[in-house]
Design a protein around this ligand. Structure first.
Ligand code: SAM
Ligand code: SF4
Length: 321
């Protein structure tokens, strides 16, 4: 399926819940109350039905995310359902890693092949301050996933003045574990105290700093997975470093390949624009899901509105990060 701008859209990112067991300062800090009603969440069967409809019209890549997807009690049922779809090219999970260690073997058995783990600090105290979580569990999760043969990528949102001192230890950790590390620019996706210009650190600035400290070799053709990162190799450590600069990379949207399914059954053509189509009503009416997905593809905008004073109406956790 091709959108009006000639981009092939074959990737569905599914938020299975907007709840989370961490409290990242930039995502849903302590005291956050923007939850959807749990009763509004799609059931496991509904999620698999939607993914199957997407597969029938050409979607080949699926990612389960949230909120924290692994807190859903029926998560493996969802993964198994999607893992068994005909024509599937890849099934990935985005997680904070807290529950990954005990689940890694089951995920691999369910057909999950790739896991993206958020890791914003390596120092346990800094990690706890930023996320409320326990770094030892996340580390165990990353190592368990690697031991199961899953492809692991690390994601880091660097905030100026908060965790910017963590990038070198994180790069070393990524090199030691043979996992690509991606730096993601802070995006205006919810309303939190650290979503300010003062905390924003562009990937351009970070790359310039890294370049000054060691040498970065551009990897024009390296694209593990199907994400928007552009990669460089850090000569000092050998680490593969990805940079996701949604705000400062001019042609960031040029290769967009995805739609997003929200935890409460809306299809979102673009993370950085408000438009949504209601899939749940179509599901309840037993109508053609594929047709609505095709409409969403036809409505994909050329680019996001993050740099045009985009105001988040609904948090990223609901939309699916
Ligand atoms: N809980 C899982 C996790 O943390 O990986 C999956 C959901 S989380 C919303 C997905 C990704 O979105 C994480 O890598 C997180 O760092 C990123 N994220 C959340 N809020 C963000 C923001 N305001 N700007 C940039 N990235 C953000
Ligand atoms: Fe939870 Fe992930 Fe958001 Fe952190 S980034 S609060 S782990 S959903």
């Amino acid at each position: 399926m091709t959108d009006p701008f000639g981009r092939t859209i074959d990737y569905l990112r599914i938020s299975v819940t907007d709840r989370c067991n961490e409290r990242c300062l930039y995502c849903m800090p302590e005291g956050y109350k923007g939850w959807a009603q749990k009763a509004d969440h799609l059931s496991a069967d509904q999620i698999v039905d939607i993914a199957a409809a997407a597969a029938r019209i050409g979607f080949r890549k699926f990612r389960l995310t949230g909120g924290e997807p692994l807190i859903r009690a029926d998560f493996l049922k969802i993964a198994q359902g999607i893992g068994a779809l005909p024509g599937l090219h890849s099934l990935g999970v985005s997680t904070n890693g807290l529950l990954l260690a005990p689940m890694a073997a089951d995920l691999a058995r369910a057909g999950v092949r790739a896991v993206n783990v958020s890791l914003d600090a390596l120092d346990p105290e800094a990690y706890r301050k930023l996320t409320g979580g326990d770094f030892a569990k996340v580390r165990a999760g990353i190592e368990a996933a690697l031991a199961e043969g899953l492809m692991v990528k690390l994601n880091c949102v660097l905030l100026r003045g908060i965790n910017e001192d963590q990038y070198r230890p994180l790069i070393r950790f990524a090199a030691d574990h043979g996992t690509p590390l991606r730096f993601i620019e802070l995006m205006p996706l919810s309303s939190t105290d650290v979503l300010t210009e003062a905390n924003f650190l562009s990937v351009f600035e970070l790359r310039a700093r890294l370049h000054a400290e060691s040498l970065l070799e551009p990897l024009a053709d390296y694209r593990p997975g199907h994400g928007p990162a552009r990669y460089w190799r850090d000569q000092a450590t050998g680490a593969y470093l990805g940079f996701i600069g949604a705000i400062t990379t001019g042609d960031f949207c040029a290769n967009c390949n995805k739609l997003r399914l929200t935890a409460d059954g809306k299809i979102r053509p673009c993370l950085g624009r408000h438009g949504e189509l209601d899939l749940k009503t179509v599901l309840a009416a037993g109508s053609d899901l594929g047709e609505l997905l095709a409409q969403a593809i036809a409505q994909k905008p050329e680019d996001h509105e993050f740099t045009q004073n985009y105001q988040p109406a609904r948090p990223m956790t609901a939309i699916g990060g």
